[in-house]
Structures are given as C-alpha cells and as structure tokens.
Write a protein that binds this ligand. Structure first.
Ligand SMILES: Cc1cc2nc3c(=O)[nH]c(=O)nc-3n(C[C@H](O)[C@H](O)[C@H](O)COP(=O)(O)OP(=O)(O)OC[C@H]3O[C@@H](n4cnc5c(N)ncnc54)[C@H](O)[C@@H]3O)c2cc1C
Length: 388
C-alpha cells in the first residue's frame, strides 16, 4: 500500500527501481516479524539470509564482491528504507554490515579489503564500528582509549560503549589514540578480531528496541602492526568520512519506519467504525494523516537528494546528510506517534506494529550524531556561506 511514486523521481535510475521491486518481493517472501526470544540468533540468521539474498553486496565495493564500484548511497538508502518498513532488526543487521566495514572499504589496504569485505558481503563475517566511549559520545575527539605503539604493534587499553553487534561481531573497527597530537589528530583506526586476548565484549546493554549492543573493554590488548587501518593519526577523519556515507541511510531507515506507520494508521482509520462512519471520515483524523503524508514525502525528498548529491554530483554531502537525518528521524517520531494515537489503546499494546515502531525509532535521533549535533552542522554550513 505504501506510496511508490517517489521511485519516479529523477534521483534514481532504472537499476534503483528494479532493486526496490526485487527487495520488496524478497522481504514479503522471506522476512518474518522478530520474535525477540534470542536476538543474537535472530541477527546471525538475518546476516546469513541477507548474504544469501545478495543484499549485503551493496555494502562493499564491486572489486570485493560488491555491486557498485564505490558504495552507492541511493541503493543503501532504498535497501534500508525497504527493510525498515518490514523489519527493524533486518535493517539493523544490514546497516551494521555497511557501517562496520565502511572504514575498510574507504581506507583499508588491499590485504585488509580482501580479508574482510568479501566475507561481509556473503554474510560470513559480522562487522562492528567501535567509536563511542563512556565519557565521549558526541564529543568524539575527546576519546581516551589508547593504542600505545610498541615493538611490532600496539597495546590497547580503555573502553568503548553502545557498540552495535558487540558480543556477536567477528571483528571490530576500533578507533583509539596513538599519541600523535591531542584531540582529533591523535586518533588511529584498527581492525580487531573478536576473541583477541585482552578484549572483553561480554557486557551487554539492553535498550528499548532490543538488538545486540555491548560495552567493550581492552586490557593490555596486543595488536599487530598490520591491524592499523589507513594512515596513523588519521582515524578521526576516517571515522567522520565513514559516517558521512552512512548518515543519510539512518534517515532512510527512519523513512521506512514512518512509511510503515502511515500504512498501518491509514488501514486502521479506514477500517475502524466510529460515530456511524469510520475514523477515516473524521476531519481531525484526516488532518493527522495529511501531516503524516507531508512529513514522509519531505523526508524522502531530503534523504534521496542527499544520496544523489553524493552519488551523482560526487561531492561531500555533510550539509545535505545532516538535513536528511535531522528531518527524517525527528519527523518519523512524530508520524509514528500520530499512528499510535489513531490506533488508540491498541496502539500501545505489545506486539502491535505501531507499538514496535514507537520503540524502534527513538535511538535513531541519538546515534550517528544526535539531532542537536545535526543542527550544529547545518548552522555551521549556513553561517559559513553567509559570511563568504
Ligand atoms: C541503539 C544505539 C546504538 C549505537 N551503536 C553504536 C555503534 O555501533 N558504535 C558506536 O561507536 N556508537 C554507537 N552508539 C552510540 C551513539 O553514537 C552515541 O550514543 C551518540 O553519539 C551520543 O553520544 P552519548 O550517548 O554519549 O550522548 P552525549 O554526547 O552525552 O549527548 C547527550 C545529548 O546532549 C546533546 N548534545 C551533545 N552534544 C551536543 C552538541 N555539540 N550540541 C548540542 N547538543 C549536544 C544531545 O541532545 C545529545 O543527545 C549507539 C547508541 C545507541 C543508543
């Protein structure tokens, strides 16, 4: 029932339209609602299923088992939007394969790309991205985890927290201080295999929409020199460049949740008898639906514009990505809240899709740059242009 007219927009070419149609059929045939009893097992099964379906190939470049020469953000967004509309957990699994391996795709050596990317694309290795620390979230440059250079490698001490796939990942892309300078310029990226001595990924964090999430601690963890990912001291810039690719896709996932909420609310309003008619005949409910349609369409325009700027104009899209993420996540929250309202008591009942969406959307306004941080980015661009 979802509006598909956006696929006719000039941001897309025919390969995108085919991708959206094929993934839609795959989701209808293969995806089941998460049952939540063993989230780790469900995620592992989803990684395999998405790998077998060929969808994880969009997470890596063509030379390493992918589809496009470089990551195609429009494809990533279409996939996240579609998966999110069907299953929050499937979207999560897909997103983390991309984000967790993204720094390797962008900055890895040939040997690192060959070791990890084909396995990520096949669903044989689970990836994770470890940036946040207990005392540095939004303020990434103040991270404290240290990778002290020594003979033949590095010794890592510190902690990372709120790490998605923590506990089930096969490898972590880790950002740590290597001492070249204070702040952003003294950070490097590393690839850490799960099971490395000195790494503890057993401390789990439970959140409102369950998915694997952990605190990682590093106690004198030895890493070989080859674990270094990209240039030493460039880790902060590499993390930001990776997030630049994936930030728009967070907006796409929010868009998928919002479209599902709109579909659910529309069907409910049409079916629910009320005062001798249906809820859909009520002007106040119609106004709510109209606002939801507007929010969804505006988010879609911003998300796919941002992806198009990156893919087709081939320029850095930090401004467009911040606008897309801010609008799509904040407004998806409002769309879903209205859907819950249209459902009445049923809307807050466990197991009803809009109740799940209500929990699912919340974290998207916090991770990969909180809404307020996106406002800082947007204002910075705006004022710089105004002063130029
Ligand atoms: C479900 C989930 C999954 C996550 N997965 C990962 C992961 O895989 N890898 C990873 O590294 N991290 C991950 N994170 C961590 C996430 O990136 C951080 O939570 C986020 O960056 C915010 O950091 P913080 O929680 O420390 O909040 P803080 O930095 O303490 O910020 C708290 C609030 O303060 C405000 N604020 C902060 N800075 C500013 C500013 N400059 N201007 C204006 N307002 C500001 C915002 O409202 C913000 O929400 C995940 C988090 C969640 C909830």
């Amino acid at each position: 029932m979802s509006d598909r007219s956006f696929l006719d927009w000039p941001f897309f070419d025919n390969s995108h339209r085919e991708l959206a149609a094929e993934l839609e059929s795959w989701c209808e045939a293969k995806l089941e609602a998460a049952h939540g009893e063993d989230i780790d097992a469900e995620c592992r099964a989803l990684v395999r299923a998405l790998g077998d379906g060929g969808w994880l190939r969009y997470c890596v470049p063509a030379a390493y088992g992918g589809v496009h020469e470089t990551l195609d953000v429009r494809s990533l967004c279409l996939i996240r939007e579609t998966l999110a509309r069907h299953s929050g957990l499937a979207d999560f699994v897909f997103a983390m394969q991309g984000l967790g391996s993204g720094t390797i795709s962008l900055f890895g050596s040939e040997a690192q790309k060959r070791s990890y990317l084909p396995a990520v694309a096949a669903g044989e290795k689970i990836a994770a991205f470890a940036l946040t620390e207990p005392s540095s979230g939004s303020d990434v440059a103040s991270m404290a985890t240290e990778a002290r250079p020594g003979e033949g490698g590095y010794v890592v001490n510190g902690a990372k927290t709120y790490i998605s796939n923590g506990g089930i990942a096969d490898f972590y892309v880790l950002f740590a201080r290597t001492g070249e300078a204070a702040g952003a310029r003294g950070v490097s990226a590393f690839i850490v295999e799960a099971g490395t001595e000195g790494l503890d990924d057993s401390e789990r964090i439970r959140v409102i929409a369950p998915h694997p999430l952990a605190t990682l601690t590093f106690s004198d963890m030895a890493l070989p020199a080859e674990a270094l990912l990209g240039e030493r001291g460039r880790g902060f810039a590499q993390a930001m460049a990776t997030l630049d690719v994936f930030r728009t896709t967070v907006g796409a996932a929010a868009l998928g949740f919002a479209r599902r909420a709109l579909d659910e609310a529309t069907a409910r309003a049409l079916a629910r008898p009320s005062m001798g008619a249906t809820l859909a005949d009520n002007a106040i409910v119609q106004a709510m639906l109209a606002e939801m349609v507007l929010d969804v369409d505006a988010s879609a325009l911003l998300v796919y514009r941002s992806a198009w700027v990156r893919d087709v104009q081939k320029r850095r899209n930090s401004r467009e990505a911040a606008l897309a993420k801010l609008h799509a996540t904040d407004h998806a929250q409002q769309v879903i809240d209205k859907a819950v309202q249209i459902f009445g008591g049923l809307g807050v009942t466990h197991g009803v899709p809009v109740e799940g969406l209500y929990r699912e959307i919340r974290a998207l306004r916090i991770y990969e740059g909180a809404s307020e941080v996106q406002k800082v980015v947007i204002a910075r661009h705006h004022l710089a242009e105004a002063k130029a």
